[in-house]
Design a protein around this ligand. Structure first.
Ligand code: ADP
Length: 633
């Protein structure tokens, strides 16, 4: 059986969009319509911010063009007045000529002004987009790092990143349509009031059915939008994944194609059914609205006829009223259309404004004192830290002290808090409790930029920058004057020079295969670049978080040798699973559930019957077995 209403075949399982869908669903049509003027207002404020001249020009051109309509209408009455006078036709035409010229001038003037408004709008749109994108990136790059672990922040950011700049451009269109539609209706009502007071209620009578039908259709579109917006976004996500380079290999390797296409088909069928259903309802509504409007117009004409018949209204005024009512109806349609056009964009734009307010409140707080220039003592006391959406603390009463020039190793099982500690020591996260001091100065009082300038981090998840190989090494000190000496030393120490030698354009090769001439490197090759990036920064504190996980044993060994050599006058914090490399550290800290449970040199820890000895013995046995098996074969 075919039902009238398309069934909602979508599984509404919790997904990152759920919160957004709920917002849409909870925003009824009238709420949405009431909020639109405020949203339009803030778009105008944004326009004002990017270019006062263009904003004034745009608003003035739109206003004057619509006021021209009023003048044109009044002149039309005069033309009709003269044409309907008694007397010879050439005489009547001559007397109507000035008003005719005025109408012609108005039509030309309005055309020119509308073009001018179009031009200023085209100037404003790219400026608006650029301003929005830049503001967003300024905020996202300065927001405290922990915000990125907050799923609410991430979801909103993901949602608005692509859409907000387009939304604002679309809203500007909406503002203009609303302005010209509203001014059009008001101006015409004013003109009719001047011509004859009874024309205003007649205008309302003519407009009422059109308004009713237009609002009804706007409401349907909104409800349709609310019903399918979640599905459309999921379709977007899926289609991006199916056309992207990174998942392409997995889609093939896991033969996911038919599954993904099936999901897409399911979503697109849902959206398509809804759209067709809506179109049918629109058509029905249009037919009813059209008939009612016809009826209204009929009543209006009848009233005008009566007024003429009783000589209560001159013929010229009645003729103008007919033209005016027609014009007002089309202005009204423009007005309601602007609402129709703007729901989705208004939601995105409001989301964007909300996000900017939240992100501005979450900017990193930096102290005013410069970080100590050279390697200095670092002391962390009773550090506690919990990630925003976690139910357990990642660090829980951890204390550690690092002497200048020491090589410190931090070991522990997965999830014991090593990476979190590295991020706290490098000033990326502020602890929830406890204190960290650098050369006796508390972290909260230190200027974060100066602190970070003195720290090099080779992180586990470093970024593959879509720049040249050279820039991938120098990016952390890109405005440094004596670039080349440090560069040569960093790439040779990390073994990156061998990687560069194999590249088609050496260090100038673009490391992004999605661009022409770009290449991709292996995981190990990338890791050497990451190490070179850290060494090139030449900072008194080097923090390496699993810097060698993707390297072969020989390269790993040579990199550790490099790091050890590099450590002269520098402090090194090394996080690794490979205990063979840890044994050369001055001191080793063993972490468990966010606390230090053992500390000491390799020999001291091996002398104890603790976790370190257990790990070390296990790993040594595994190596031993591996090498025996390799030897046997
Ligand atoms: P390690 O580096 O020792 O493997 P981490 O410092 O990465 O450990 O993680 C410590 C704990 O914090 C783990 O329980 C982990 O699940 C949790 N954790 C790490 N990152 C996040 C995050 N972004 N959000 C929530 N919990 C996290």
């Amino acid at each position: 059986m075919v039902t009238d209403e398309p069934t909602d075949s979508l599984d509404k399982t919790a997904d990152p969009w759920a919160a957004y869908d709920e917002t849409v669903a909870a925003t009824g049509f009238w709420t949405m319509a009431r909020q639109l003027p405020t949203t339009f207002g803030s778009v105008l404020v944004e326009c004002w911010r990017v270019s006062r001249r263009d904003t004034v020009a745009l608003v003035l051109c739109t206003l004057i063009a619509e006021i021209g309509t009023a003048v044109g209408l009044l002149a039309t009455t005069e033309i009709l007045d003269h044409l309907l006078e008694t007397g010879p036709t050439p005489e009547r035409i001559r007397s109507a000529a000035p008003a005719l010229l005025l109408v012609a001038a108005m039509v030309v003037g309005r055309g020119v002004l509308r073009e001018a408004a179009g031009w200023t709008r085209s100037r404003l749109t790219p400026q608006l987009r650029r301003s929005l994108q830049t503001r967003l990136l300024r905020l996202t790059t300065a927001v405290e790092l922990v915000a990125f672990d907050d799923d609410g922040f991430q979801n909103t950011l993901h949602r608005i990143r692509e859409r907000a700049p387009h939304a604002v451009a679309a809203l500007l269109d909406g503002v203009l349509r609303l302005l010209s539609g509203a001014i059009g209706v008001i101006v015409i009502a004013g003109v009719l009031g001047v011509l004859h007071p009874v024309l205003v209620p007649l205008l309302l009578l003519a407009l009422l059915p059109t308004w009713w039908a237009a609002v009804r259709s706007a409401r349907m579109s909104y409800e349709m939008y609310a019903a399918i917006s979640g599905a459309e976004r999921r379709m977007d996500t899926l289609s991006n994944l199916m056309a992207d380079r990174v998942p392409a290999a997995e889609i093939r390797a896991y033969t996911m194609r038919s599954f993904l296409l099936g999901e897409f088909h399911r979503l697109s069928t849902h959206v398509q059914d809804r759209a067709i259903h809506l179109e049918r309802r629109h058509a029905e509504n249009g037919a009813i609205g059209g008939s009612l409007a016809g009826l209204g117009i009929g009543v209006v004409y009848l009233a005008l006829g009566l007024l003429l018949f009783t000589a209560a209204m001159p013929l010229a005024v009645a003729g103008t009223a007919v033209i005016a009512i027609r014009t007002a109806m089309s202005s009204l349609r423009v007005l309601v259309d602007s609402m129709n056009w703007s729901y989705e964009n208004a939601l995105f734009y409001r989301d964007y404004l909300e996000f900017c307010r939240g992100a501005a409140a979450r900017q990193e707080r930096s102290g005013g004192t410069d970080a100590p220039a050279d390697a200095d003592r670092i002391v962390a006391r009773d550090i506690a830290f919990t990630y925003p959406n976690a139910d357990r603390p990642a660090l829980n009463g951890l204390s550690i002290d690092i002497e200048p020039g020491e090589i410190i190793a931090i070991v522990g099982e997965n999830g014991s808090g090593k990476t979190t500690l590295a991020k706290i020591l490098s000033g990326l996260y502020q602890p929830d409790a406890g204190s960290v001091t650098y050369g006796g100065v508390p972290l909260r009082e230190i200027d974060l930029t100066s602190l970070r300038d003195r720290i090099a981090v080779v992180a586990q998840n470093f970024t593959h920058w879509p720049f040249s190989a050279r820039q991938n090494v120098t990016i952390g000190r890109h405005n440094h004057a004596e670039a080349d000496t440090g560069f040569a030393a960093a790439i040779s120490a990390s073994g990156t020079d061998d990687v560069f030698a194999g590249l088609p354009r050496g260090a100038d090769t673009l490391l992004d295969p999605t661009y022409q001439g770009g290449v991709e490197l292996s995981g190990g090759q990338w890791q050497r670049i990451a190490v070179a990036r850290g060494l090139y920064r030449d900072a008194p504190l080097l923090i390496c978080d699993e810097p060698t996980a993707a390297l072969d044993a020989r390269t790993e060994h040579s990199i550790f040798e490099t790091i050890r050599k590099h450590a002269a006058q520098r402090t090194v914090v090394l996080i690794t699973h490979r205990l063979a490399t840890v044994r050369y550290a001055d001191r080793i800290f063993v972490l468990k559930q966010g606390r230090v449970v053992e500390r000491g040199s390799h020999d001291e820890l091996m002398a104890r019957d603790g976790i370190y000895r257990e790990f070390y013995t296990l790993q040594a046995q595994a190596y031993h077995n591996d090498s025996r098996q390799t030897g046997d074969s």
